[in-house]
Design a protein around this ligand. Structure first.
Ligand SMILES: *[C@@H]1O[C@H](CO)[C@@H](O)[C@H](O)[C@H]1NC(C)=O
Ligand SMILES: *[C@@H]1O[C@H](CO)[C@@H](O)[C@H](O)[C@H]1NC(C)=O
Ligand SMILES: *[C@@H]1O[C@H](CO)[C@@H](O)[C@H](O)[C@H]1NC(C)=O
Ligand SMILES: *[C@@H]1O[C@H](CO)[C@@H](O)[C@H](O)[C@H]1NC(C)=O
Ligand SMILES: *[C@@H]1O[C@H](CO)[C@@H](O)[C@H](O)[C@H]1NC(C)=O
Ligand SMILES: *[C@@H]1O[C@H](CO)[C@@H](O)[C@H](O)[C@H]1NC(C)=O
Ligand SMILES: *[C@@H]1O[C@H](CO)[C@@H](O)[C@H](O)[C@H]1NC(C)=O
Ligand SMILES: *[C@@H]1O[C@H](CO)[C@@H](O)[C@H](O)[C@H]1NC(C)=O
Ligand SMILES: *[C@@H]1O[C@H](CO)[C@@H](O)[C@H](O)[C@H]1NC(C)=O
Ligand SMILES: *[C@@H]1O[C@H](CO)[C@@H](O)[C@H](O)[C@H]1NC(C)=O
Ligand SMILES: *[C@@H]1O[C@H](CO)[C@@H](O)[C@H](O)[C@H]1NC(C)=O
Ligand SMILES: *[C@@H]1O[C@H](CO)[C@@H](O)[C@H](O)[C@H]1NC(C)=O
Length: 726
């Protein structure tokens, strides 16, 4: 992208001899000529007065009335003493923007970006007769942008950045008639409504950049785009735009970056149109509602680096010449209805780093040509109809870090692991729902996988035992072997996996006790040491539940799921050491004995499921101290005594306790004093009811806190609202 004009430019015009003379004169009549005028002085002081005392960024130190304002912090003057630049970005300014700045008649650049200014934006500044660059982005400015009042032949404004504020209302229509010099307009991340402006380019022939994304604009993309011959960047994603892609859009042939993502558009991508945008490097049409095929002519977009078409209704086969887009580095087609044998495409693309073909109906084997994309970092083929085995050439993918093939019909897990172990950089390997009914290799030595952090081989109906080679995966953080037919015990080496914080071995046929090793897993014992963990972003977001996606491994909850196996014996009291646990599910086993008191030490717990076992004794009342607990289930055991109340326990329903005939308490409408009721008992109950009401309020607050906590832990992706895991 070219530089946009907003830097000190030559204040041209005066010839050398004249300057020489001026310098001489300066020597004679030293200094006062270059100081700013009293009006400028006053205007700036007025601006300072409009700031809060605790939000003036310390400007009051140098901004002293009566001194030369050209020497004030953040002020730049021209040689004749005219204030030309007010540059006060990131100064912690709070308060309002005084319209008095509009009285600085020589002001060219005003930069108040990245402060906490809260007023409206004075019209005097937007429609200033001098300002060419106005940046008030990242503040808390609000209100509407005004229409231009008086008619003015032409304003000098070239760059207007009002992004990331709280502006509302319709975008002014007539205003753009006079901004004939406008080059860049960024109004993204506000709450503007109504139509997007249609006449900017008609009036401003040099207009090059328009970013209106993350607003609430509606209606058609009705820009007079045909006139935007210089437009290089058009971002109007994340709005409520409707209708088809207008033909005029494709007359803006200088476009390099086009993003319409997350709008309610319709129609198809017309091949004869798209080919006109031959300068495109980024084409983002994800979640727009497009249908139809990818036109063969996209391969003529030779500069294309990023292609986003995910979450649409597109279908058909990929253009076989797609590989000719030799600059393509990022392609996602996730969640469409594409079909056909991917091997028809020659993927010899050296720049390809990330490719996501998941959630389509692609068939065939993995195209051999993809193994020549030696810079490939992330490849997701999940949820398609691929089959076959992996070829040894997959070892060529030395940079491959993220690889997901979940939900296909691949076969030969032994071979797959043998091939993939050569991809030394692999950190996330997801291959569940494949290899139906095979046996997981046990004694194989897979020297390799030394960087593996995430391994999922769930839902494959695999037989065999939890294999020994997993104990060598020293960096493993997440392991999912659920929904298989694995037998045997939980291996005693499990606590040797020093980074493991997510273990799901549920829905297998595992037996034996809950071993002591499991209660010593280092990452669950103490504060997850962020420095020990690799906090890099995943190359592609991972979808684990319908509504959540994760951008980093560390954002996943700490989890231990042993449910639906044949585990026996008591729950070891040492389980109380796993203080970092968020989720503990021991449901549907044959566990006996009492619920250990120590379980009350798991203060991070959000889910505790002990249902469908043979547990006896009472429910520890101190469990009501678990403030984040949102799901609790002890149904179908042999528990007895009083159900705890208070804290989160006032929010659990009867079903949490059903199937335990000997449990009692007001929570489950089963009076603990089933004998002749004594007066003191009743009084105690009343007292308890009063307490319950009081504590419910507390519970509500805890719930809200939990919600905030959960939201904070999730990082949502720009491009999606998703439906299927992985
Ligand atoms: C701008 O200057 C004029 C004349 O000096 C003055 O009357 C007016 O109040 C000033 N406006 C602001 C907003 O300070
Ligand atoms: C305003 O200042 C910020 C911080 O220095 C800078 O990033 C931004 O580019 C400036 N705005 C313009 C339009 O130059
Ligand atoms: C505001 O937008 C302008 C034009 O694109 C740009 O030069 C400037 O750096 C942006 N400001 C910030 C803080 O990013
Ligand atoms: C517009 O501003 C936002 C920040 O508010 C920034 O993220 C975005 O990159 C800018 N758009 C362009 C095209 O520079
Ligand atoms: C949008 O604005 C909010 C509030 O100013 C800011 O926190 C957020 O980072 C902005 N988002 C983008 C994408 O720039
Ligand atoms: C686009 O350009 C073609 C000719 O190149 C012209 O006929 C057509 O009217 C233009 N469309 C718009 C909407 O400007
Ligand atoms: C998706 O496309 C199919 C035909 O390919 C059509 O029947 C269906 O209505 C479309 N769905 C949406 C949501 O546009
Ligand atoms: C894939 O094809 C099947 C029929 O073969 C169809 O039911 C399914 O909806 C298709 N899936 C997608 C994502 O298009
Ligand atoms: C795929 O493309 C590469 C480079 O363009 C070429 O060398 C190779 O022969 C092609 N392979 C096939 C099977 O066409
Ligand atoms: C493997 O990953 C490391 C760390 O991310 C990186 O520095 C290195 O370049 C990668 N190796 C290859 C062959 O891509
Ligand atoms: C699975 O792969 C292994 C090792 O590559 C090979 O020896 C074996 O024959 C394969 N089994 C089948 C059924 O293809
Ligand atoms: C715990 O596991 C059981 C059995 O697999 C399952 O039905 C239940 O939904 C799980 N509990 C929670 C709270 O996820």
């Amino acid at each position: 992208m070219q530089e946009l004009p907003f830097s000190p430019r030559n204040r041209e015009g005066l010839s050398m001899p004249f300057l020489g003379l001026a310098a001489l004169l300066l020597l004679f009549f030293a200094s006062p000529t270059s100081s700013c005028t009293e009006q400028e002085n006053n205007s700036l002081i007025n601006f300072l007065d409009g700031l809060m005392p605790d939000g003036n960024g310390g400007l009051n130190v140098s901004w002293v009335k009566g001194t030369d304002c050209c020497k004030w912090e953040g002020i730049i003057c021209s040689s004749d003493g005219t204030v030309t630049d007010v540059l006060l970005a990131s100064r912690g300014l709070k308060g309002g923007i005084s319209p008095s700045l509009g009285n600085l008649t020589g002001l060219l650049h005003l930069n108040l970006s990245q402060n906490s200014l809260e007023s409206s934006l004075p019209t005097e500044l937007v429609f200033s007769r001098s300002i060419i660059g106005l940046d008030v982005s990242f503040n808390r400015l609000k209100g509407h942008l005004q229409e231009m009042q008086s008619s003015n032949p032409s304003l000098p404004l070239q760059v207007l950045n009002i992004s990331s504020n709280f502006f509302t209302g319709q975008f002014p229509r007539t205003a753009w008639d006079v901004t004939k010099n406008l080059v860049a307009l960024n109004a993204s991340n506000n709450s503007f409504t109504g139509q997007i402006p249609s006449s900017i380019c008609i009036n401003a022939p040099s207009f090059a950049m328009l970013d209106l994304s993350y607003n609430q604009f509606s209606g058609n993309i009705s820009l007079g785009l045909g006139s935007c011959s210089m437009l290089r960047v058009l971002k109007v994603g994340h709005n409520n735009l409707t209708g088809a892609l207008p033909d005029g859009l494709f007359n803006a042939t200088s476009l390099e970056h086009l993003s319409l993502a997350n709008n309610g558009l319709q129609g198809v991508l017309d091949g004869s149109h798209i080919v006109k945008l031959s300068s495109l490097t980024v084409l983002d049409l994800g979640s727009t509602g497009l249908s139809g095929k990818i036109p063969a002519s996209v391969v003529q977009l030779r500069r294309l680096k990023k292609l986003y078409l995910e979450h649409n209704n597109m279908s058909g086969e990929l253009p076989s010449a797609l590989g000719n887009c030799s600059n393509l580095g990022y392609i996602t087609l996730r969640n469409n209805s594409f079909t056909g044998d991917l091997s028809k495409v020659n993927f010899t693309m050296l720049d390809l780093r990330t490719a996501d073909f998941s959630l389509n109906n692609f068939t065939g084997t993995i195209p051999e040509s993809i193994y020549s994309c030696t810079n490939l970092v992330a490849l997701r083929l999940a949820f398609n109809k691929f089959h076959g085995q992996f070829s040894p050439s997959i070892g060529n993918l030395r940079s491959l870090s993220f690889f997901s093939v979940t939900g296909n019909s691949f076969t030969n897990i032994t071979n797959t692991l043998q091939m993939l172990k050569r991809c030394n950089n692999l950190t996330s390997l997801m291959m569940g729902t494949n290899f139906r009914g095979e046996t997981i290799p046990h004694d194989e030595t897979f020297d390799g996988f030394e960087n593996l952090q995430v391994l999922t081989i769930d839902d494959c109906s695999l037989t065999g035992q939890i294999p020994l080679w997993i104990s060598k995966l020293a960096k493993l953080q997440m392991l999912d072997l659920s929904l298989n037919q694995l037998t045997g015990q939980i291996p005693s080496w499990i606590d040797g996996l020093g980074f493991l914080f997510f273990l799901d071995i549920s829905n297998n046929k595992l037996t034996g006790d809950i071993p002591a090793a499991l209660t010593k897993m280092p990452m669950l014992l103490s504060e997850r040491n962020a420095t020990k963990l690799d906090t890099r972003f995943l190359e592609l977001p991972v979808f684990w539940t319908p509504s959540r996606q994760y951008r980093t491994v560390g954002a996943f909850p700490s989890k231990l799921c042993l449910d639906n196996n044949n585990f026996t014996g008591a729950i070891p009291p040492e389980i109380g050491q796993l203080k970092m646990l968020d989720i503990l599910n021991l449901s549907s086993n044959s566990l006996t004995g009492e619920i250990p008191q120590e379980i009350c030490n798991l203060t991070n717990l959000q889910i505790l499921d002990l249902s469908n076992n043979q547990l006896t004794g009472a429910i520890p009342s101190a469990l009501n101290g678990l403030h984040f607990l949102s799901r609790f289930d002890v149904s179908n055991n042999k528990l007895e005594g009083e159900v705890p109340s208070g804290g989160q326990f006032d929010s659990f329903s009867n079903s949490s306790y059903s199937g335990n005939p000997k449990l009692c308490g007001p929570m489950i409408n089963n009076d603990c004093n089933s004998g002749p009721s004594s007066a003191p008992g009743k009084r105690r109950n009343n007292l308890r009811r009063a307490l319950v009401i009081g504590i419910t309020a507390g519970g509500l607050i805890a719930l809200i806190l939990l919600a905030c906590f959960l939201i904070a832990r999730l990082a949502y992706d720009d491009h999606t609202e998703n439906v299927v895991p992985l």
